[in-house]
Design a protein around this ligand. Structure first.
Ligand SMILES: Nc1ncnc2c1ncn2[C@@H]1O[C@H](COP(=O)(O)OP(=O)(O)O)[C@@H](O)[C@H]1O
Ligand SMILES: [Mg+2]
Length: 619
């Protein structure tokens, strides 16, 4: 991870490259952006036309009418002037509307591009990255930080140009009218810049703190709500409420401070901005009285002067907005800069048919964070062979499967499919050939059908149903209110652990993968349902290379070979009775299992009530 705060020098040197990167998002829309700018130029012109019109009214129009005193006042020029003013306002309205819709359009497109890019990138990042980052934090970067970039690339950027243009226009007009007064008027400008910068900087720091706290808070809220079952079952609702309340209480002074700073900044700026006009007014009045200046000139001058300070504060604000948006840009680029550890082969090897031989050759792998390691691990599974991987919890079984799925790359040795190093294959192709079912598989908020067909949306309906039957979930789904169209998963029909596992087993079977990896995939099934799956499963497995991580003896007894793992190494392999005879660890695991088998045997024969009773120690 990049450090959050960088030295001023560091951020300076990265600045230009950041602008370059930001420009890449803007580039596709530069035509629209240029059009928007043109519209803004017109709007600036319209804004300047107003004081000019007033000057004309006082110095030319009214005296012209006054000269004609005694006779009927000619209303035609007055009417024409009124229409002219109205036109200016109307044009202003139209162009402002055009500008805003352009800005909104470009902004929405840019924000979409960045979010799509960031989201796709996040999906490509390894599971280890997702294990390290809280979902709330990822969401906050995807949504709120990207939003701040949108402002920078549209409104702020355009305002910068408009303000510069406005400033140039106003100063030219002022100098043209009365250069001495102009010099007096700009004396407070440095003060304006200074105070805006001061207050803006403070506000920015406060808002950054607020943003960080909000990200923390949203992560905490999300965690608590995700774990609501645990919270409730331990009766910790009040505790969690207190924690949230405390976080909110800590946030409050920051919010108040930010609010006060912001309004104080505005008021101080307003005060400073009045100094120039007041001086100009006093001096100007004496000039007008002395005949050195026309009244209309003075009033136009005064109005323009009021205009002058808004682009100046605007420019000072731009600086602050840019720095604050840059913090967001950094937070986004920080993620975009993380290379997916699993690099895609530049020119992946093409294969048409896959026999399904899996081979781990002298594989070495270490988790950097826990230090757990696999060392010199070699294992070959022939095509259509079924092996069981057994071992105590934490011995590295899931890690082996993750290596075969290429969720991880080995640090030494190689993992091969049909004698091809996985790194030479496209991960997409690989994962269509190898299906994995986890112990805790994920069910999407979607119909049962879509959940099963998830990996193969192109599959025919009968293929999907066949998979469901093989996983012994078909009957269950048909019994749901809307059958296969019933929405399951989060906020849908709640499935039991066993039902979820069977659904996900069906999902894995749909594409008819050459290799099937089951990681305690039937652990949540009771032995009756497992027995039911077992028959159809063994039929399916006979055509595939399969690696089954399981604890139940019933599951592993029928496999071709049992591989025993301990602490990241393979300690033995062979048939069930063979291993019982010579491998102490296997004997231990098996004995432990046999007790459980006997126990679950009781379960299957008796009613649930009896089980509960028999589970209690007899009096
Ligand atoms: N992402 C990870 N980062 C660090 N350590 C991990 C990670 N995943 C698993 N481990 C550690 O690796 C060891 C083996 O884990 P695992 O392969 O899941 O074992 P098993 O599936 O046999 O129970 C465990 O000690 C576990 O704590
Ligand atoms: Mg495991």
């Amino acid at each position: 991870m990049l450090p959050r705060s960088t030295s001023p020098n560091g951020s300076q040197s990265r600045g230009s490259s950041r602008f370059k990167r930001l420009w890449t998002y803007l580039k596709p829309y530069w035509r629209l952006q240029a059009l928007t700018f043109a519209v803004m130029v017109i709007l600036t012109g319209l804004a300047l036309a107003l004081p000019a019109a007033i000057q004309y009214m006082i110095d030319t129009l009214i005296p012209g009418l006054v000269q004609a005193q005694g006779q009927q006042v000619d209303l035609v020029p007055v009417f024409r002037f009124g229409v002219f003013l109205l036109c200016i306002y109307l044009l202003n309205l139209l162009f402002a509307w055009w500008r805003d819709s352009l800005v909104a359009h470009v902004g929405a497109e840019i924000i979409k591009d960045i979010r799509v890019q960031l989201f796709s990138h996040l999906q490509r990042l390894p599971l280890s990255f997702h294990g390290r980052h809280r979902i709330g934090e990822l969401m906050s970067r995807l949504l709120s930080d990207v939003g701040r970039l949108q402002d920078l690339l549209t409104v702020t950027l355009l305002m910068l140009f408009t303000n510069l243009l406005m400033l140039a226009g106003i100063v030219a007009y002022l100098l043209h009218t009365n250069w001495m007064l102009t010099l007096v008027a700009v004396v407070p400008v440095p003060l304006t810049v200074y105070s805006t910068g001061r207050f803006g900087g403070r506000l920015n720091r406060l808002m950054t703190q607020v943003q960080q706290r909000m990200a923390d808070l949203s992560a905490r809220l999300q965690e608590t709500l995700l774990g609501i079952r645990t919270v409730k079952s331990f009766g910790r609702e009040a505790h969690e409420s207190r924690r949230v309340e405390q976080a909110l209480t800590e946030l409050n002074p920051l919010l108040v401070k930010a609010s006060v700073t912001s309004s104080l900044g505005v008021n101080v700026a307003q005060f400073i901005n009045m100094i120039g006009p007041v001086v100009v007014l006093a001096w100007g009045v004496s000039l007008v009285a002395g005949g050195g200046m026309k009244l209309g000139e003075l009033i136009a001058f005064y109005i323009l002067l009021m205009y002058l300070y808004s682009p100046i504060s605007g420019l000072a604000q731009t600086h602050i907005q840019v720095t604050s948006a840059m913090a967001s840009a950094d937070r986004i680029f920080e993620y975009l800069d993380i290379e997916p550890e699993i690099a895609e082969a530049a020119s992946p090897v093409k294969i048409d048919t896959i026999a399904g031989e899996i081979c781990l050759e002298d594989v070495g792998f270490t988790y950097p964070r826990s230090g757990f390691r696999l060392e010199g691990l070699s294992l070959t599974v022939s095509p259509r062979e079924t092996i069981a991987l057994v071992g105590p919890s934490g011995s590295g079984k899931t890690t082996v499967l993750n290596l075969i799925m290429r969720f991880l790359d080995p640090h030494a040795g190689s993992v091969q499919l049909d004698h091809l190093d996985l790194r030479a294959l496209s991960t997409c192709l690989l994962r269509r050939q190898i299906a994995l079912v986890d112990q805790d598989p994920f069910v999407f908020h979607a119909s049962a059908y879509d959940n099963i067909a998830y990996g193969h949306p192109e599959a025919r309906r009968d293929e999907v149903l066949r998979a469901a039957r093989a996983a012994n979930i078909h009957e269950f789904i048909v019994g749901l209110p809307q059958g296969y169209e019933t929405v399951v998963g989060e906020r849908g029909t709640t499935l039991s652990g066993g039902e979820r596992q069977r659904l996900c087993l069906a999902r894995a079977l749909v594409g008819d993968p050459a290799v099937l990896l089951l990681d305690e995939a039937t652990s949540a099934l009771d032995s009756v349902s497992e027995q039911l799956i077992q028959d159809s499963l063994s039929q399916i497995l006979s055509g595939k290379t399969s690696i089954i991580v399981a604890h139940r003896l019933a599951t592993i007894q029928h496999v071709d070979r049992i591989v025993v793992m301990e602490a990241g190494r393979i300690v033995d392999e062979g048939g069930h009775s063979e291993l019982l005879g010579r491998c102490a660890l296997y004997r231990e695991l098996a004995q432990h299992q046999m007790l459980r088998e006997q126990y679950s045997g009781v379960r299957s024969k008796h009613s649930p009530l009896l089980i509960r009773q028999s589970a209690k120690p007899l009096p």
